[in-house]
Design a protein around this ligand. Structure first.
Ligand code: NDP
Length: 241
């Protein structure tokens, strides 16, 4: 029998988050996403998805989002902490604001989002959590000290959580995408993009759906014994030269 779950994807109005939300919706799951500004993605709400306006750096908005999701879809059973930003600069020139903004969204935002999901998961003695990190967390990138530090921190967060809540049937895994075609990478200069693609054995960037498929697998019954893993989805770029 197929069990349809309550799935929550932060930053689900575009890019990897939207592809992930659609991948779960295809299974018949009850999917909620957050959006910060503008309108929810066309078609997603019309197809029965729930879009909640929420900035994950604002604890009150996050609490309200959870309350609405729980009311409409029931307690979150699958959480995908995907929302993230970049504020790139070389460290010598990076401001405290650029550091704080990235840590607030990419680390503190994830910490709070995960913490709020836990109590119902503990009660239910099951839950799936996937954190969206980056290959940059493991390999570094010039101009991204703030971003790489925030994404590397997710590995420590996930693995500590696994030790705390593994006995309660909750899994937590980290996905580390390489170069993915989204708005986040759309502004890269052509030369930089070409140099990045040169370092990818598959010779191309990823489509958001290729990250979404791995996230969906990590939340599936077949991945029930997989926890605390960091899964690179990077076309082989993490192998190095
Ligand atoms: P996009 O820039 O296309 O989308 C980012 C998403 O995060 C948007 O939905 C955005 O909402 C949301 N978001 C950002 N900050 C907040 C916040 N404070 N509160 C709520 N939502 C927020 O990025 P991608 O789809 O490319 O990235 C998704 C995740 O994947 C990020 O964590 C990113 O770091 C990671 N990643 C991306 C890679 C890539 O090559 N694209 C590679 C490796 C990792 P809004 O539209 O309202 O701004």
């Amino acid at each position: 029998m197929t069990v349809h779950r309550s799935v929550f994807v932060t930053g689900g109005n575009r890019g990897i988050g939207l592809a992930t939300a659609r991948a779960f919706a295809e299974l018949g799951d009850r999917v909620a996403i957050t959006y910060r500004s503008g309108e929810p993605p066309a078609g997603f709400t019309a197809a029965g998805g729930l879009a909640v306006r929420c900035d994950v750096t604002d604890p009150e908005q996050l609490e309200q989002a959870y309350q609405l999701i729980e009311e409409r879809h029931g307690p979150v059973e699958v959480l995908v902490a995907n929302a993230g930003i970049t504020r790139d600069a070389l460290l010598l020139r990076m401001s405290d604001e650029e550091l704080a903004a990235v840590l607030d969204a990419n680390l503190t935002g994830v910490f709070r989002t995960v913490r709020r999901a836990l109590r119902p998961m503990v009660r239910a003695r099951q839950g799936r959590i996937v954190l969206v990190s980056s290959v940059v967390a493991l390999h570094g990138a010039a101009g991204q000290t703030n971003y790489a530090a925030s994404k590397a921190a997710l590995v420590g967060l996930a693995r500590s959580l696994v030790r705390e809540l593994g006995p309660r049937g909750i899994t937590c895994n980290v996905v580390a995408p390489g170069l993915v075609d989204t708005d986040m990478t759309g502004a890269l200069p052509d030369a930089q993009r070409a140099a990045m693609i040169d370092g990818i054995p598959l010779g191309r960037s990823a489509r958001p759906e290729e990250i979404a498929g791995v996230i969906r697998f990590l939340a599936s019954a077949r991945a029930g014994y997989l926890t605390g893993a960091v899964i690179p989805v990077d076309g082989g770029s993490g192998l190095g030269f």
